[in-house]
Design a protein around this ligand. Structure first.
Ligand code: PLP
Length: 377
């Protein structure tokens, strides 16, 4: 049987459009900082790619700094604004926000059981900052647009409205969103946004921090004057070209939620006690985080892997170990439920047939449960 890949939120297979764009610039010497004709051509390609990506995410006329990963762009975002007194991040951010945030002694915004940030708690934090440091005190709020484990989409309009009342900056990690939901940087009226090509079918090694026009950034990587001094290092033009082709293609054909919804409806029929995290909130169309009580995620992963099906347990840990998800814990999920959750994430080319096969193997797992557990968790 052909392996079935249902782990698109970890990384998506390379789109042919991306590969073609990469191959087109792979052979020539392409250093965009060189003065000669090769360099000029590289610079043109680089700036065309920049404009293309900005356009795809509704950010025409704004700035875009290319980085090597979403991780790097998030690290840059948290430390880029010199006039910030404090940083607020949500409790369900990716570790590449949470770890730099910890170093910056950031405060954590809690989420509710649906996985949505508490606007009340955020407002209290903003009020406390003003009370402590005076009216001019400035916060940077970093809240992901959609969560990588549950797919829950945050109410960015309400977050920005609140931030504007308190003069705070807003950054969003939109790494999981490109090609899944419409991205409109200008309409969101945020200050910074992170993107990463490989989550959308582009190559590894290309990502970006989009920043509001006129916002001055403090670089994290210094050296040459690339990226207007915001990020030194020769730009990875083949990967960036692949990123631009990806952004153009996926922004014009967003993934539909129908297959995911059909799968979840079927799961609820097979096993009424199934727990689907974030079900009551708006979610990405391709993501499903589901727990079968009493079967640890590792056991489920091995079961599916033996059947040739790739899914993941909550967040994919770089160590290959499965830890209890901080996201599900922040949503108040009891540990025994959180440790039994797996993430199924689709791509635009996932087929109904593949989901049918996945469900057959999922049912086999359910059949290992005693009857009483199938009805009530
Ligand atoms: N942010 C989120 C929400 C992610 O899911 C990931 C990757 O899993 C990242 C950031 C990091 O992106 P990259 O793999 O490009 O470093």
């Amino acid at each position: 049987m052909k392996p079935i890949y249902l782990d698109y939120n970890a990384t998506a297979p390379l789109l042919p459009q991306a590969k073609e764009a990469m191959l087109a610039v792979m052979d020539a010497p392409m250093n965009a900082s060189s003065v000669h004709r090769f360099g000029q051509e590289a610079k043109k390609q680089l700036n065309d790619a920049r404009a293309e990506i900005l356009h795809a995410v509704g950010a025409d006329g704004h700035q875009l700094v290319f980085t090597a990963s979403g991780t790097e762009a998030n690290n840059l975002a948290l430390q880029a604004l010199p006039d910030v007194d404090t940083v607020f991040v949500s409790a369900i951010e990716h570790p590449c926000i949470l770890k730099p945030a910890a170093r910056l002694k950031a405060s954590m915004i809690p989420v509710d059981s649906k996985g949505l940030v508490s606007l009340k708690a955020l407002e209290k934090m903003l009020q406390a900052l003003k009370a402590e440091k005076g009216e001019g005190a400035k916060a940077l709020i970093s809240i992901m647009l959609a969560n990588n484990e549950t797919g829950v989409i945050q109410p960015m309009k309400d977050i920005v409205a609140l931030a504007l009342n308190y003069g705070a900056f807003v950054h969003t990690d939109a790494v999981q969103c490109l090609g899944k939901i419409k991205l409109d940087f200008a309409e969101m009226n945020i200050d910074m946004m992170t993107l990463s090509a490989h989550k959308a079918g582009g190559p590894l090694g290309a990502a970006a921090l989009v920043a509001k026009h006129g916002l001055h950034l403090r670089p994290q990587i210094m050296g040459g004057g690339q990226e207007k001094n915001y990020r030194a290092g020769t730009e990875n033009l083949p990967a960036i070209s692949g990123f631009a082709a990806t952004a153009r293609y996926v922004a014009a054909s967003l993934i539909a939620p129908n297959l995911r919804d059909e799968m979840e409806a079927e799961m609820q029929k097979i096993y009424p006690a199934v727990r689907i995290f974030g079900l009551e909130a708006p979610r990405l169309p391709n993501t499903s985080c589901v727990a079968i009580a009493d079967i640890p995620a590792e056991t489920q992963l091995i079961h599916f892997d033996l059947a040739g099906i790739a899914v993941s347990a909550g967040a994919a840990c770089s160590s290959g170990k499965v830890a209890v998800s901080h996201v599900l814990q922040a949503m108040g999920a009891p540990e025994d439920s959180a440790k039994c959750a797996i993430r199924i994430s689709f791509g635009r080319h996932t087929t109904r047939e593949e989901i049918k096969i996945f469900l057959t193997h999922w049912k086999k797992l359910i059949n290992t449960l005693p009857n009483s557990k199938v009805i009530a968790a």
